[in-house]
Design a binder for this molecule. Structure first.
Ligand code: AMP
Length: 288
C-alpha cells in the first residue's frame, strides 16, 4: 500500500530525527537528487532499502552547479509527482529545502572539487563539480547517513564524491548503482523530457554506439583510438553535431587509455539539439 513519505523543509529538524533513528539502531541511506524523479532515481531508493532501515531522499535543484546559460531556471520541478512515486517506498523521508536553508545568506565557503573533476565534464562545465561537491558535503552534514547512493550514469560525479569523502574524512559509505535505461537503451535522465521525438531518435545513437564498442572490446578489440573514432563517426552519422567528448578511460583515474588491457569506462557527452546528454559503459576485456 502506498504510504506518503514524511517531508522535511528544515534541515536541522531532519538531522536531529536522523540522529534519533540511528540512536534507535537504524541504518540510514541517503539518495541525493534534483527531483523530476524517474526509475533511475527510484533504483537508488530501492538499492538503499536493501541495506538500510530508513532512506532519506533529498530534492534540491542546486544553483551553484549550473553555470550562467545552463538550464537551472528551466530544470523540471515536479514535486507532487515525485512524492507520489516515493510513496511506493516505505519508510522514506524527503528533504525539500529552500535555497537559503542550504546556502545561508552571506555564506561564501565552497568545496574545491578534487583533481579527478578536471577532465571530461570539468573541461566543459568548469564550475560544475565545485558546486556538486559543495552541495553534497552540505547534504552529508544535514543528513548524516551511513551510506549514500549515487548512479553510475554520472560516472565522474561518483569518482569526485568518493575522492572528496576520502580527502575530507567524511564518515559515509558511497555506493555506486547501475545505469537504468529505457527499453530502447537510452539512459534515463530528467533532461530526456526536453527531447523532441526526432531528437530522441538521434539520442539513441549514444547508447547504441557505446554498446557496439563494448561488444567489440569484449570480443578482443584493444585499440582505444580506433574505437573512439568509430563511436564519433556513429554519433555524427546519426546527426549529432556537437560532441563534447568520447573517452575510453581508466575507471579509477579517468585518464585516457591507448591499449585496452583491463577494465575501461567509455564516456560520452554530446548535445542533441540544445539538450546536453551524458552516458557511459564499463567494460572488461576478455581475460588474456
Ligand atoms: P540528478 O537528479 O540528475 O542529480 O540525479 C540524482 C542521482 O540519480 C545521481 O546519483 C544520478 O547519477 C542518479 N541517476 C540519474 N539518472 C540515472 C539513471 N538513468 N540510472 C541510475 N541512476 C541515475
Amino acid at each position: 500500500m502506498a504510504t506518503p513519505p514524511r517531508v522535511f523543509h528544515d534541515p536541522a529538524l531532519l538531522r536531529s530525527e536522523i540522529r534519533q533513528a540511528q540512536a534507535d539502531g537504524k541504518r540510514v541511506g541517503l539518495v541525493p537528487t534534483m527531483g523530476a524523479l524517474h526509475p533511475g532515481h527510484l533504483s537508488l531508493v530501492a538499492e538503499s532499502q536493501k541495506s538500510c532501515d530508513l532512506t532519506v531522499v533529498t530534492i534540491f535543484v542546486n544553483p551553484t552547479q549550473f553555470a550562467p546559460g545552463e538550464d537551472f531556471t528551466k530544470y523540471p520541478r515536479t514535486l507532487d509527482a515525485d512524492l507520489e512515486l516515493l510513496s511506493e517506498y516505505d519508510p522514506v523521508w524527503v528533504l525539500v529545502p529552500e535555497v537559503d536553508a542550504m546556502y545561508p545568506p552571506g555564506s561564501t565557503t565552497e568545496v574545491k572539487a578534487p583533481e579527478i573533476a578536471e577532465p571530461l565534464e570539468g573541461t566543459f562545465r568548469p564550475i560544475h563539480f565545485d558546486g556538486v561537491a559543495t552541495i553534497v558535503l552540505k547534504l552529508f552534514q544535514v543528513a548524516p547517513a551511513d551510506a549514500a547512493f549515487f548512479g553510475q550514469k554520472d560516472f565522474q560525479q561518483v569518482r569526485v564524491i568518493q575522492e572528496m569523502v576520502r580527502d575530507l574524512l567524511v564518515p559515509i559509505e558511497i555506493v555506486r548503482c547501475p545505469i537504468v535505461r529505457e527499453a530502447d537503451g537510452l539512459a534515463m535522465s530528467s533532461r530526456n523530457r526536453y527531447l523532441s521525438p526526432e531528437e530522441r531518435e538521434v539520442a539513441l545513437s549514444i547508447s547504441r554506439s557505446l554498446n557496439e564498442a563494448a561488444q567489440r572490446i569484449e570480443a578482443g578489440d584493444s585499440n582505444a583510438e580506433v574505437l573512439r573514432d568509430t563511436i564519433e563517426q556513429s554519433l555524427r552519422s546519426a546527426g549529432i553535431g556537437e560532441i563534447d567528448y568520447v573517452s575510453l578511460a581508466c575507471p579509477r583515474t579517468l585518464k585516457p587509455v591507448e591499449t585496452i588491457e583491463g577494465d575501461v569506462v567509455i564516456l560520452v557527452a554530446a548535445k542533441v539539439g540544445t539538450t546536453r546528454l551524458i552516458d557511459n559503459v564499463l567494460v572488461s576485456p576478455p581475460a588474456s
